[in-house]
Design a protein around this ligand. Structure first.
Ligand SMILES: C[S@@+](CC[C@H](N)C(=O)[O-])C[C@H]1O[C@@H](n2cnc3c(N)ncnc32)[C@H](O)[C@@H]1O
Length: 184
């Protein structure tokens, strides 16, 4: 694990690239979004993510339960499962498909959307608000500025109490939106 976020992102703000044979223990996000994300986490939280990877490991080390609906890259899905097993992390489940059944898995304190394929991400964002997030929870969307999100992101922001957007310097994407869902 790097000593701090700046170390893995580098001074230029470039993002750490890795290989699924050795999934890192931190998310593929910029330094500032990662630091803000970490502040939101509580040990009793349940987190749902779309798109597994280093984030799955990092979350499993910080919250009670992680359910990760796998992204579109089987090598990363397998690599993430392998890393979880190596580290003895038993509180994360990497499912081989998306969507995750709301009936089977219930509601989550945080829903983190960071997987492919891109064409499904609008639906995933809408489903996060309709099915998955608890009142008072957070929906986190990476690459929110991608044009594929135009309609759903505007809709999601209209349902949010607050939306915080954090940009990663010198990157086109890797800008992350944190949407706080109102209490009932
Ligand atoms: C946008 S990434 C994010 C995955 C995960 N949420 C995370 O933060 O680690 C989605 C896809 O990119 C690839 N990927 C994930 N982490 C990577 C990394 N550190 N370096 C290169 N590719 C990565 C995998 O194919 C993965 O399914």
């Amino acid at each position: 694990m790097p000593e701090n976020y700046a170390q893995w992102c580098g001074r230029s703000g470039r993002l750490y690239k890795s290989h699924p044979d050795n999934v890192p223990e931190f998310p593929w996000l910029g330094a500032l979004p990662t630091a803000f994300f970490e502040k939101l986490l509580k040990p009793e939280y349940r987190v749902l993510e779309h798109g597994c990877g280093g984030s799955t490991i990092w979350l499993a080390q910080r919250v009670k339960e992680v359910v990760s609906g796998a992204g579109d890259d089987p090598a990363w899905n397998e690599g993430t499962k392998k890393k979880l097993a190596e580290l003895g992390l038993t509180n994360a489940t990497v499912l081989d498909a998306w969507p995750v059944s709301p009936q089977a898995w219930g509601k989550f304190d945080i829903v983190f959307i960071d997987g492919g394929p891109t064409i499904f991400r609008n639906k995933t964002l809408r489903d996060a608000f309709v099915y998955y997030v608890k009142p008072g929870g957070w929906v986190i969307l990476d690459n929110y500025n991608h044009k594929v999100h135009d309609d759903a992101f505007a809709w999601a922001k209209s349902l949010s109490q607050t939306t915080i957007t954090l940009k990663t310097p010198k990157t086109r994407f890797c800008h992350t939106a944190f949407m706080h869902v109102p209490n009932e």
